[in-house]
Design a protein around this ligand. Structure first.
Ligand code: ADP
Length: 501
């Protein structure tokens, strides 16, 4: 997959994700708004119901009052008269009339019976008319009283807290609201008349207000205010089913980001692999072609006859074979550390002795480049628990790098130091005055296949495996390795190993 394809995929997915998230947020906001509106509607309907019930209550109160007064004035018979067995229903059908209608339909044959019935019907009509007029005057009086006096009655009496609380509760329940609520009755002029203990209108809870007795004069008006302390929980509960959808969206985002990360990593790995194969081909091709030319020369009689030429050809073959073997060894080292259970033979070894022998092999090579190698093997206690072959390879790789990445303009100066910073540790420091490593590369040089691009001088080929191998081995020896470097000045590799006690 091309890099641009990965980027296009990333962009498309990012847009889709942002869109999805925006739609979800919008949907949630709309849900919250809708729930709030529904809630407010239910509350207002209930409050209106309470207000109506209070008004009816008041009417009933004045009716009772008037009735009592009438009884006191006209005697108890009025009371009896006012409540006949068949009651007058001002809003519905006159039940008596319906009964009379029934009689008419049955129309008896006997005229006397009919006359009697007619009389009784007329009597009844008279009684009803009397009742009606009485009720009407009573109602008129009540209405007048309500209009003229009711607003003078203290509101706490007209709408006492227990009644209001009961009405509120029953109305809310009728409307399907089973939430704890707090309320207050507030006078337009003098503020709160009474309130429940937890009523706090100043908190962020929304206050729902309904006018009580809307026919009262404006300056005497009172309000019923209600708050719901747990309203936000109620709204949240009704939309919390949306939370999983957000969670799934984020899981999707995470998986997608991880996939993109893997795609880039794979891309990088395949590039590294290609580089590695190119490098390896080059590294192997040069000695193979040299050996092949040498072999062709051996076929030549003139060469075979000259001992000097023969010696030269055999030296070339020998050197090139060595070079080839060294390259093969490097690839082998890599395959070795890829194997989880690489065979390690940890033994107590004298680090000073191992380093000394490696330095000896390198001495000639360094001097060939006009350089100098200094050994300061000062550690009094050099015994460490390592695999001799791998530890030799480690020191070898580090010294080889110091030569590979030397500066051309100054003679190579290599210093190898061992010391005991404390009773338990051996420190090996390999310092050079080479081209150095930039800070951003310094962090990565121990990674497999990592090569510093500017350090990739055309005469210096490598696989980017040496330091990865060194790091792996030192870790297996329970030690640490770090590098200090200043570009253009030189590098220092510091190994610490636990001493064998
Ligand atoms: P290779 O030498 O095969 O490229 P290494 O793992 O040995 O791989 O080194 C990784 C990189 O670290 C090298 O490409 C080089 O740029 C840098 N490096 C290693 N040792 C030194 C050193 N002594 N001085 C400068 N650069 C170094």
């Amino acid at each position: 997959m091309k890099k641009s394809t990965i980027w296009i995929l990333t962009a498309v997915m990012a847009c889709a994700f942002v869109g999805l998230l925006a739609v979800q947020i919008m949907y949630m906001e709309n849900m919250v708004k809708m729930r709030n509106e529904q809630f407010a509607e239910m509350v207002m309907r209930s409050l209106y119901g309470v207000s109506t019930m209070l008004e009816q209550n008041e009417t009933k109160y004045y009716l009772d009052q008037d009735l009592k007064e009438a009884e006191a004035t006209y005697g108890p018979q009025v009371g009896t008269m006012s409540f006949p067995s068949t009651q007058f229903d001002p809003y519905g059908e006159d039940t008596t009339a319906v009964a009379a209608g029934d009689i008419k339909i049955q129309r008896p044959a006997n005229f006397n019976t009919l006359k009697n019935l007619n009389d009784s019907y007329q009597n009844r009509q008279e009684i009803l008319r009397g009742q009606y007029l009485y009720q009407k005057s009573l109602l008129n009086e009540v209405i007048l009283t309500i209009l003229s006096q009711s607003s003078d009655r203290p509101i706490a009496e007209r709408a006492d807290s227990t009644t209001v609380s009961e009405y509120l509760k029953s109305e809310f329940e009728n409307n399907g609201l089973r939430l704890p609520f707090e309320f207050a009755v507030v006078s337009r002029n003098s503020g709160i008349v009474y309130k429940t203990a937890q009523y706090k209108p100043e908190s962020q809870n929304e206050v729902y207000t309904q006018v009580l007795f809307p026919n009262d004069p404006l300056n005497k008006q009172n309000y019923l205010s209600v708050t719901f302390p747990t309203k936000s929980d109620y709204i949240f509960n009704s939309i919390k089913f949306l939370i999983p959808s957000f969670a799934f969206t984020f899981i999707l985002l995470f998986v997608f980001l991880y996939t993109i990360f893997l795609a880039f990593k794979q891309k990088k790995l395949s590039e590294i692999k290609n580089d590695f194969i190119n490098n390896m081909t080059h590294e192997f091709k040069t000695p193979i072609s040299s050996i092949s030319i040498a072999a062709q020369m051996l076929n030549d009689d003139s060469v075979r006859k000259s001992p000097a030429m023969l010696k030269h050809v055999s030296t070339v073959i020998n050197d090139e074979t060595k070079r080839l073997r060294f390259q093969v060894e490097k690839v082998l080292q890599m395959s070795m550390f890829d194997r989880k259970n690489a065979t390690m033979r940890l033994e107590d070894e004298d680090a000073n002795a191992i380093i000394h022998s490696v330095i000896n092999t390198f001495k000639l090579k360094v001097e060939k480049y006009g350089g100098q190698i200094v050994a300061q093997l000062d550690a009094d206690d050099p015994i460490v628990n390592v695999d001799k072959m791998h530890f030799t390879n480690v020191v070898f790789n580090l010294l080889d790098n110091a030569i590979k990445y030397r500066r051309e303009d100054v003679p190579l100066q290599l210093t190898v130091t061992t010391r005991n910073p404390d009773d338990d540790t051996l420190e090996v420091i390999i310092a050079d005055n080479g081209i150095g490593i930039k800070r951003e590369d310094l962090k990565k040089i121990f990674e497999k296949f990592y090569r510093v691009s500017t350090g990739n001088r055309h005469d210096v080929k490598g696989f980017g495996l040496g330091l990865a191998y060194v790091h792996k081995m030192i870790t297996l020896f329970n030690g640490t390795i770090r590098a200090d470097s200043e570009p253009g000045k030189g590098s220092k590799f510091i190994i610490t190993l636990p001493l064998f006690k």
